[in-house]
Design a protein around this ligand. Structure first.
Ligand SMILES: C[S@@+](CC[C@H](N)C(=O)[O-])C[C@H]1O[C@@H](n2cnc3c(N)ncnc32)[C@H](O)[C@@H]1O
Length: 417
């Protein structure tokens, strides 16, 4: 590691020693009793990673840059897994240790270790979580490559990276704050108050003001303000940047999560003349166009896997030959409202996970009847039979496949084998 990179890692470590993140919670009681799950937890979405395998807890999981609670939240819901968690912040590791002890969670091993040195564990993993960490590394390609080396060939990595366009205003403010000499290490609580005041007095045409609603309540406490505006190392990614990062690290895209944020068919683009051109592009380019159309994604979530992993272990394409045997699974977080437009049983689907409220999907009567029968157990062919659609009816088959493709693109279902 060169001296500049060492300096960056020191500054990042100092910030997370002074301001551990996420804001530390004293207990997992509420998390456990509410039945909540950590994003990407295999207890909920095992088949995102391995759609053709029977669900199991028998997994080696790495949490890279675990922060204060992520490892405990995953481990408590996957008790049969062997979880390893690493971070450079001693305070975050200590806080995690306290949560593990408090809740009697025994399947986690903690290490004070940078992602860049994960090879020193001499372990391979089925599943790696890298949420909110790679964009803080001196060189994300180095960190991601090390993680890929620690992944089994049939493994997956669940990633969250910051969005370049959604956070553009944040990056202007980070620079402004750096220019006046404030850092995560010297800022006092008065300085943090001054930053809040600055934010509250931005002109309405500032990029941050335009997107402020998307940041919700994330500016209430010192840890949140510092993580947002005083971070010493923070870069945002576009969709093409992500594909480029994966290509440089020997990884390929397995699944773009929150796909509706990017897929042009899930935005107003779908009804525009330009869409005829857009839909002819390869999917990653369509996603790049969809991203630029909204230009406001704060975070990107996706799953990647090693280049060597066989396609038929993870691709579930409703346009494939064995489409009738695929099993649609409903996303557990869907808001379903009756449509006011008719009394035919039509419904409107939306998701609290989507950042953009315009992402909705209307289910007229026939689609609604089909959707109601999706229970994560019945195959597509079985559902077709229960709603009276003949297996040999070509137009019914095409309708079903297009409908399920649409639901998948909107993140309302996924498919498993
Ligand atoms: C924004 S927090 C995210 C925590 C956790 N992944 C989550 O999603 O709740 C980033 C964490 O990454 C850790 N981190 C930053 N650079 C790191 C590095 N090079 N190696 C390991 N951990 C690192 C920080 O100490 C911090 O705990």
């Amino acid at each position: 590691m060169n001296p500049d990179d060492r300096n960056i890692i020191t500054l990042v470590k100092q910030q997370y020693e002074r301001f551990p993140y996420p804001v530390a919670i004293e207990s997992l009681e509420q998390f456990i009793s509410s039945g909540a799950r950590q994003g990407g937890c295999p207890s909920l979405c095992f088949h995102w990673y391995w759609p053709y395998r029977a669900k199991t807890d028998d997994l080696d999981i790495l949490i890279a840059g675990c922060g204060t609670s992520q490892a405990a939240k995953i481990a408590v819901n996957v008790p049969g897994a062997r979880v390893t968690a690493i971070d450079i912040s001693e305070r975050s590791i200590e806080h995690t240790r306290m949560l593990l002890r408090k809740h009697g969670i025994t399947n986690v091993e903690l290490h004070l270790l940078p992602v860049e040195q994960v090879a020193s564990l001499k372990k391979r993993f089925d599943l790696i979580f890298a949420t909110g960490v790679l964009h803080h590394l001196a060189d994300p390609v180095v960190g991601m490559t090390e993680l890929r080396r620690a992944l089994r060939t049939d493994g997956s990595i669940y990633v969250m990276l910051y969005g370049k366009y959604g956070r553009d205003g944040v990056y202007y403010l980070q620079e402004l704050i750096r220019r006046v000499g404030l850092t995560a290490m010297n800022a006092t609580s008065d300085d943090l108050d001054a930053i809040v005041s600055l934010i509250n007095h931005l002109p309405r045409y500032h990029s941050f003001s335009a997107k402020r609603e998307f940041f919700g309540d994330n500016m209430q406490v010192a840890e949140e303000l510092v993580d947002l505006f005083l971070h010493p190392q923070d870069r945002g990614y576009s969709i093409p940047d992500i594909y480029d990062l994966l290509a440089r690290c020997g990884l390929k895209m397995q699944r773009v999560l929150l796909r509706a944020h990017y897929d042009p068919r899930c935005s107003a683009l779908r009804d525009m003349k330009l869409y005829q051109r857009v839909r002819k592009l390869p999917l990653p380019d369509q996603f790049a166009v969809g991203e630029l159309f909204r230009a406001a994604s704060l975070m990107h979530f996706f799953i990647a896997c090693p280049n060597e992993r066989a396609d038929d272990t993870y691709i579930t394409d409703i346009q494939c030959d064995h489409w009738r045997e695929l099993i649609p699974v409903r996303h557990p977080m869907i808001d379903i409202k009756p449509s006011h437009a008719s009394n035919t049983g039509a419904q409107i689907l939306s998701s609290p996970q989507h950042q953009f409220p315009d992402i909705q999907y209307s289910l007229p009567g026939r689609e609604s009847a089909f959707f109601r029968r999706i229970n994560g157990e019945r195959s597509v062919g079985e559902i077709m039979t229960t709603v009276g659609l003949g297996a040999s009816d070509d137009s019914a088959a095409q309708w079903v496949r297009n409908f399920l493709e649409d639901l998948d693109a909107h993140d309302f279902i996924w498919l498993r084998g």
